[in-house]
Write a protein that binds this ligand. Structure first.
Ligand code: AMP
Length: 473
């Protein structure tokens, strides 16, 4: 065992998006920073900064282009003949983008003089981590502060053993180089739906098996109902209340058994993707003698300042139960913790105003409370809904499905929630984030002038509906 002399102010374990934001901010504030992660540098997916998200969005973009050229372009007077799919090239394009991001991060780390060590690390005491690598003897490093940012990993289910040939995890599902004719996805949550949006568009007959009876239970009911309708019209087979209970590989096919209210059924597919949710990546993060407090599901216990039970040890991102498992939440926490350590007071994170986005086509995005949650607690609310088919801008683009729904408090008119399904929802939600951050009322949004025609007008139109002043509905 060798010891590296203490020279760091901060050690960050993890190199995902939360760790990235935290490392940069620490360095900007003059803290000598080390980032440690056990990256698989042979693959683009083992890269810095949440490769899964970027890979998913890049492939979805490619799949949308392909689908548009195949199915939606004629009405524009454009005839694209002999459109064909070169899947290995599409995956290479995605990996190239991930590599570029990787190189950029390495460059920025070097500019800020942030050290990086590629190794497995675990916390052994409040100010000490131990590095263990197959290639070198284990060693200890000290720092004044340690920030845990190892994010989350997929939940595995015993009946779907991942082999990444027939039964794939969500990372392998972004690296298929041969199109499966029949594909099943276990789990119709965010990741399952995003993967379905890619592979269904590329031509795989896609079936989603979801154990729960409700579809997208966390989003507003009206939005999830419309999403269900749009996705099934697109050819996605969505089986709700369908719990996968066993799988077998027979003759290079996956035989899946699932149970629903009518009994047990079986389907045979070329590939099964397991998207059964994620859990905090905390299993070997700390040695038992470190006494880091975790809950029974592996979440690291933190206070409102992201401090764990150990002095000088913080946890951020998917590791904690505060807020949703989303990269932008973790990045905000990374910046907050860096500033907290540096002693420059920044206000604590408002976990009620964090946008949620599902990168399907159309996209789904929301912020704040749902209609059903507000009604359940007896709040009096006003609702304005604007169907995107009426908006001039989305009409001129290919997919005009969807709606914007604004919910305001009936007494104060303050915006309590905004829910969008439609083209550019991930961008449009930014207006709602700003509005809610500044406690805007629906009247405030209704008075804002946007360029015309543009998608941006849709939120204003929904707010105008609350005042019965809608211009287009
Ligand atoms: P998310 O946590 O948003 O990624 O969603 C994961 C989804 O997988 C949840 O909606 C779960 O209900 C679903 N799920 C988990 N286990 C099974 C199973 N054995 N069969 C079908 N769906 C499952």
């Amino acid at each position: 065992m060798s010891k590296i002399k203490a020279k760091y102010d901060v050690i960050i374990i993890g190199a995902g998006s939360s760790a990235y934001a935290c490392s940069i901010r620490c360095a900007q504030l003059g803290l000598k920073t080390l980032c440690v992660d056990n990256l698989d540098t042979n693959t683009s997916s083992g890269a810095f900064c949440n490769a899964g998200n970027v890979g998913m969005i890049t492939l979805l973009e490619s799949a949308k282009l392909y689908d548009t050229l195949l199915n939606d372009i004629d009405s524009h007077g454009i005839f694209a003949e002999n459109v064909s799919l070169n899947l290995p090239k599409m995956i290479l394009h995605k990996n190239k983008i991930l590599d570029e991001i990787n190189h950029n991060v390495i460059k920025i780390f070097a500019e800020y003089k942030i050290d990086f060590i590629n190794s497995k690390a675990s916390l052994i005491a409040p100010k000490i981590i131990e590095l263990s690598s197959a290639h070198s003897p284990s060693q200890q490093i000290h720092a004044k502060y340690i920030i845990l940012a190892t994010e989350s990993i997929p939940i595995t289910i015993p009946c779907t053993p991942i082999d990444n040939e027939f039964i794939l995890d969500s990372t392998a599902a972004l690296n298929l180089t041969k199109l499966p004719k029949r594909l099943a996805i276990l789990g119709a949550g965010v990741i399952g739906l995003e993967l379905a949006a890619i592979w269904n568009r590329l031509g795989a007959e896609t079936t989603l098996l979801e154990a729960q009876e409700t579809f997208l239970g966390l989003s507003d009911n009206q939005i999830s109902r419309q999403a269900y309708q749009i996705f099934t019209e697109q050819g996605l087979e969505l089986r709700l209340g369908a719990r996968v209970i066993s799988t077998k590989i027979i003759n290079k096919k996956v035989l899946i058994e699932y149970q629903d209210a009518d009994g047990t059924h079986a389907i045979r597919v070329d590939k099964l993707i397991v998207a059964s949710g994620r859990k905090p990546n905390s299993e070997s993060l700390s040695a038992p003698e470190a006494d880091l407090l975790l809950d029974e599901n592996g979440y690291v216990h933190v206070n409102e300042n992201c401090k764990t039970n150990l002095p000088g040890v913080y946890a951020i991102g998917d590791l904690t139960l505060h807020g949703p498992m989303l990269s932008h939440k973790g990045m905000a926490e990374g910046v907050f913790v860096a500033e907290h350590i540096a002693g420059i007071g920044s206000s604590s994170i408002n976990y009620n105003i964090i946008p949620n986005v599902i990168y399907t086509e159309p996209e789904i995005a929301w912020i704040g409370q749902t209609e059903q949650a507000l009604k359940a607690i007896g709040d009096r609310i006003n609702i304005g809904i604007f169907p995107l088919s009426i908006n001039h801008q989305p009409k001129s683009v290919i997919n005009a499905n969807g709606m914007v729904k604004v919910i305001a408090c009936a007494n104060t008119d303050t915006i309590l929630g905004v829910h969008i399904i439609g083209c550019h929802a991930s961008e449009l939600i930014a207006q709602a984030v700003l509005a809610m951050e500044f406690s805007a009322s629906s009247e405030d949004i209704a008075r804002i002038i946007h360029s015309h025609p543009s998608s941006a007008e849709a939120l204003r139109e929904a707010a105008l509906v609350i005042k019965n002043k809608g211009l287009n509905s």
